[in-house]
Structures are given as structure tokens and as C-alpha cells.
Design a protein. Structure first.
Length: 295
């Protein structure tokens, strides 16, 4: 196969095999932005001691993980680049058990300990975020370093504004991402219950397939350090080389697949939670999706 080239580039039934459709508008943005709009911006500004609070209306990709969140952002500076406050709503229903599992997963992968947070029906947080359960969904509010008490205050504001929000559809798709669905199903072990496709701020495609216990996403990192970032994979004992891009590797221990395109672009295909995935399955996903990053 020719190498890639650099470019600018809640409960629900198992979906039928009808073709995916592209919404007429950014549905994820509608749900998330509505919550951001509802928040008391003066409260946000005073709580975080920031110069300004600005709604960022452009739809941004979901925050992929277990759980996965639909998100919106509030800009916290006057410049084009600066801190943001992110507000997320889990795309799948959640219970107390979900909250507990989420807190345990955080504790297992982070050094900063989380503490209980009295928000909604209970939650946890640190000086940079709070996660809480409310009416069958998990909510996550994250941003610049402050205190847990301040994030609890912001979480309480989200809890006040959440009732009555329209529920996002299960499938928010882009036709280009459909080419990877059959291979993604093999990695997930079942058809996805949720789809979350979108694009980054610079126009790179993001595709996401979501189930309650497993997620697979594809995205792009734009970085002048692409060569240096992929270098450790060349000698890693768990790396299996794949003939895509200038170089590509599947990590047999985590399933994560990374493809370098030129000196400034990395294509990431990430199954979560990280686990040993048959490299052939991840290679098939990469083969299906790679043409989207060559145009």
C-alpha cells in the first residue's frame, strides 16, 4: 500500500444496518453549548478569577474514554489560545456503580488523589475537575488549577442548569467514518451503541465508536515533534510495525496504533480501556481509515 502523505487537513437498541446520516447541524454542539449557555458566566468568572468567560460555539470532539462525554467549552481568556472550562455529559446512562468504577479507574492511573464531592447524587474531584452523577448521567467539569471547593461550586451550577436539556441522539456521524465501522466492531466485540464523529479545530477528522465497556477512536495530533514522539515505538518490545504512513506501529499490550505522516502529523487509533488487542484487528481498522488522512 502506498505511504500516507501529509495534508492539512441511554439505553438504545443495537443499531440496524441502515446507512449512517450526517446531521443537518452540529447536534453535539447543540446539547453541550446549551448547557454552557445556561451556566452563570459571572459565577464562572468570579469562581476561577479569570478575566473573561466566552462561549466557544464551534462543536468540539467528544472526550473519548469509559465513560465518553459530549463536551462544550467556555474560553477563559481574551486571546485565541488560553485556558478553557470544559463541561461534559456522559453519552451513555450512568449509575452509582458507574460512578464508583470511574473513580477507581481514575485512582489507578493518576497520582493526584481524588476526594469525595458533594454534587448532585455524589461525585469526586480534585483541584482541576469534578465528576458527579445526576439523573442517570455522569457530568464532568474540568479546567485550570483552582481548588476542589471551587469545582464543586461549578458542578453545583451545572446541576442547577442541567434539567430539561435535550438528549443527544445516539448516532452523530460523518459518512467518511463509516468505512471503519466493520473493523471497529471487531475490536469492540459488538456493534457500537453510540457514534461520535467530528473534527478538530484545524479540520482533522475524528471518528468514535462507543459501547458501555469499550471505546475506539481515531484522531490526529499536529505536532512538530512527530518524529521524536514516535521514536520510542521503534524499539519497544510490544511494538509491531505496520506498513502505513512514513512508519506505523501497533502496541500489542495496549492496542494503541500510531502512524506518522511527515514530520508534523501523528494519526492515533485508540481502543479504551487499554488492553491487549489482536494486532491484526487494529491493522484492519488502520487500513480502513488511513485513506481519510491522505487527502
Amino acid at each position: 500500500m502506498p505511504p500516507l502523505v501529509s495534508v492539512s487537513t441511554p439505553p438504545t437498541e443495537t443499531p440496524s444496518e441502515t446507512p449512517s446520516t450526517t446531521p443537518s447541524g452540529p447536534v453535539t454542539s447543540k446539547v453541550a453549548d446549551t448547557l454552557c449557555v445556561r451556566m452563570d458566566q459571572t459565577l464562572v468568572q468570579s469562581t476561577l478569577a479569570v478575566p473573561v468567560v466566552q462561549i466557544q460555539p464551534k462543536a468540539i470532539p467528544a472526550e473519548f474514554g469509559v465513560p465518553t462525554y459530549d463536551v462544550c467549552q467556555l474560553g477563559l481568556s481574551t486571546g485565541p489560545i488560553g485556558p478553557v472550562l470544559r463541561v461534559g455529559i456522559s453519552v451513555l446512562p450512568a449509575t452509582k456503580a458507574t460512578l464508583t468504577a470511574t473513580q477507581r479507574a481514575y485512582a489507578a492511573t493518576n497520582r493526584q488523589p481524588a476526594k469525595p464531592a458533594a454534587v448532585g447524587e455524589g461525585g469526586f474531584g480534585t483541584s482541576t475537575f469534578v465528576v458527579f452523577l445526576l439523573n442517570g448521567r455522569l457530568y464532568k467539569v474540568s479546567g485550570p488549577s483552582a481548588t476542589l471547593a471551587k469545582y464543586v461550586l461549578l458542578g453545583q451550577e451545572v446541576a442547577r442548569q442541567a434539567p430539561g436539556l435535550p438528549e443527544a441522539p445516539a448516532f452523530i456521524t460523518r459518512p467518511d467514518c463509516d468505512r471503519g465501522t466493520a473493523a471497529a466492531e471487531k475490536v469492540l466485540g459488538a456493534p457500537p451503541m453510540i457514534r461520535r464523529d467530528g473534527e478538530t479545530a484545524v479540520g482533522d477528522l475524528v471518528c468514535g465508536w462507543v459501547n458501555p465497556t469499550s471505546v475506539l477512536s481515531t484522531s490526529v495530533r499536529r505536532t512538530p515533534k512527530a518524529e521524536a514522539l514516535i521514536a520510542p515505538l521503534r524499539k519497544a518490545s510490544t511494538s509491531q510495525s505496520i506498513p502505513l504512513g512514513d512508519e506505523g506501529y501497533v502496541d500489542t499490550a495496549t492496542g494503541r496504533t500510531t502512524i506518522r505522516v511527515g514530520d508534523d502529523k501523528l494519526v492515533d487509533l485508540v481502543p479504551l480501556p487499554a488492553r491487549a488487542v489482536d494486532p491484526d484487528l487494529m491493522t484492519k481498522v488502520a487500513l480502513a481509515m488511513s485513506p481519510l488522512y491522505t487527502r
